[in-house]
Write a protein that binds this ligand. Structure first.
Ligand SMILES: NC(=O)c1ccc[n+]([C@@H]2O[C@H](COP(=O)([O-])OP(=O)(O)OC[C@H]3O[C@@H](n4cnc5c(N)ncnc54)[C@H](OP(=O)(O)O)[C@@H]3O)[C@@H](O)[C@H]2O)c1
Length: 336
C-alpha cells in the first residue's frame, strides 16, 4: 500500500516541557510517522470535542503519546486497504478506542487505522453529517438506546437532559425529541433556550435547580428518564427525582467526578444508573448503532447550526471550547 503521500498537512500537539505543549499546523507531516494499520484513509472531516482541546494542553491528561495528531473523530474515504472488509473508495468513519489519545487522530489529511476500528459510513449520512454527530452525538444515541432498552417509551412522561447546551446534551435533546419523547433541557445558559426549543425541547430547567443540594434522599418523582452529561451535584439530583422504575444514562463529568448520593433511589424506587462508555464499545455494536443514527436515532436538525473550522482555524476553536464558550457542535473541514 502506498496511497498516502510522503508528507501531508496535520495539526500536531507536542509536549516540549512538563508544563508546556506546543501545538500548531505542520505543512509536511511525514507519512512514515503514522502507526501501522490495515486501512489508509483520506480524512475529509473531523470534529472538535472538549477531549480534543484537553489533548493539546499540558495538564489535560488526555494525550498518551507525544507528538500527537489530536482528533477523536474522523470521516473520509479509504485510499488503500489490506483488509478484505474495506476497499479503496469506501466512505468510512472512525472514533473511539485510542484514536486521538494514544494513536494519531483526525486532524490530518491522512490516517492509517486498524480495520476493526473502522465503521462504514451508513447510507443516509454524509461524512460531514457523521462528524456533526461525532463522539458526542454517538454517546447521546447510545444513551437514548440504553434508556429505551430499559423500557422508556415516548408518552411515558418528561425526560431530562442535563448539560443540554453541550455536544452530548444537545444531541440527546435532538434525538429524544425526534423519537417523540417529551424532553426537558437543563442548562446554565438561559440564552440557549431558543436553540434548545428548536432542537425539540418541550421545556427548559435552570442549572441551579438541578445542582441544588438537598437533605432529602428522595423528592417528588418527576422524570420518566434522564440523560446526564454533568455528574457532580447533578446526578444526585437526577437520582432523587426519577420516577419509580426509571433510569438515568450517565456519560459525563462536566460538573465534577464525585458522586455523593444514597442507595434509597435504588432500593425504594428501583431506579437504574446506566453507565455509558463510547470509547470501548465493541466494533460490531458500534457499526450497528451508527446504522441507527442514520435512521431511527437520527437527531432533529442534523447538520444545521454547526460551526465549521479548518486546520488553519482550529486553534481558536480549541481555546473556545476550553473556555466553555462553545455552543453546539463544531466540525473541521480538513481540505479545501
Ligand atoms: N462516556 C463517554 O463515552 C463520553 C463521550 C463523550 C463525552 N463524554 C463526557 O460527557 C461530558 C459532556 O461532553 P460534551 O462533549 O457534551 O461537552 P461540552 O460540549 O463541553 O458540554 C458540557 C456541558 O455541561 C454543562 N455543565 C454543567 N455544569 C458544568 C460545569 N460545572 N462546568 C462546565 N460545564 C457544565 C454545560 O452545559 P449547560 O450550560 O447547558 O448546563 C456544558 O455545555 C463531558 O464530561 C465529556 O467528557 C463522555
Amino acid at each position: 500500500m502506498a496511497a498516502i503521500p510522503s508528507t501531508f498537512r496535520a495539526f500536531v500537539a507536542e509536549r516540549v516541557a512538563d508544563d508546556r505543549v506546543e501545538r500548531g499546523l505542520r505543512e509536511a507531516f511525514p507519512a512514515e510517522d503514522l502507526p501501522d494499520g490495515d486501512v489508509e484513509v483520506r480524512v475529509d472531516w473531523s470534529s472538535v470535542n472538549y477531549k480534543d482541546a484537553l489533548a493539546t494542553t499540558a495538564d489535560g491528561k488526555v494525550a498518551r503519546i507525544s507528538p500527537i495528531i489530536p482528533g477523536i473523530d474522523l470521516a473520509g474515504v479509504v485510499v488503500a486497504s489490506s483488509s478484505p472488509s474495506f476497499a479503496a473508495g469506501d466512505d468510512v468513519l472512525a472514533h473511539g478506542y485510542d484514536l486521538g489519545v494514544a494513536r494519531h487522530g483526525g486532524y490530518a489529511e491522512y490516517e492509517r487505522l486498524p480495520a476493526d476500528w473502522v465503521v462504514p459510513l451508513p447510507e443516509g449520512l454524509t461524512a460531514r453529517d457523521a462528524m456533526a454527530v461525532g463522539t458526542a452525538g454517538f454517546t447521546a444515541a447510545m444513551s437514548v438506546a440504553a434508556l429505551e432498552a430499559r423500557g422508556l417509551r415516548p408518552g411515558d412522561g418528561p425526560v431530562l437532559v442535563t448539560g443540554a447546551s453541550g455536544g452530548v446534551g444537545g444531541s440527546a435533546v435532538a434525538i429524544l425529541a425526534a423519537r417523540g419523547h417529551e424532553v426537558w433541557a437543563a442548562t446554565g445558559k438561559p440564552d440557549e433556550e431558543a436553540r434548545l426549543r428548536a432542537l425539540g425541547a418541550a421545556g427548559v430547567v435552570a442549572r441551579d435547580e438541578v445542582t441544588a443540594e438537598s437533605s432529602r434522599p428522595l423528592e417528588s418523582g418527576r422524570w420518566a428518564g434522564a440523560v446526564d452529561t454533568v455528574g457532580g451535584p447533578t446526578l444526585p439530583y437526577v437520582l432523587r427525582t426519577l420516577r419509580t422504575g426509571a433510569a438515568v444514562a450517565s456519560s459525563g463529568n462536566a460538573g465534577g467526578p464525585r458522586l455523593e448520593t444514597t442507595v434509597l433511589p435504588f432500593i425504594l424506587r428501583g431506579v437504574a444508573l446506566l453507565g455509558m462508555d463510547s470509547v470501548l464499545m465493541p466494533i460490531e455494536e458500534r457499526r450497528g448503532l451508527w446504522g441507527r443514527i442514520a435512521t431511527d436515532l437520527r437527531p432533529n436538525g442534523l447538520g444545521e447550526g454547526i460551526t465549521e473550522v479548518t486546520l488553519d482555524t482550529l486553534e481558536p476553536a480549541l481555546d473556545a471550547i476550553l473556555a466553555g464558550e462553545a455552543r453546539g457542535r463544531w466540525v473541521v473541514r480538513i481540505r479545501d
